[in-house]
Design a binder for this molecule. Structure first.
Ligand SMILES: [Zn+2]
Length: 55
């Protein structure tokens, strides 16, 4: 069970993403601010994501 699930979230959804992560993994994620050049979509909407959550 150490499959790396990365959650991307924008400013608006980062709290939901953190909750989801903790619910799924039962531990706190590593929250990483994405650089401006990174162009990933939020998992919860179509905005550009600001953060990624890692194990
Ligand atoms: Zn979002």
């Amino acid at each position: 069970m150490d499959e790396k699930k990365i959650i991307f979230a924008c400013e608006e959804h980062i709290e939901i993403a953190l909750d989801d992560f903790v619910n799924l993994e039962e531990k706190a994620p590593q929250m990483i601010k994405l650089p401006e050049t990174e162009n990933k979509k939020c998992n919860y909407c179509n905005n550009k994501s600001e953060y990624e959550l890692l194990h």
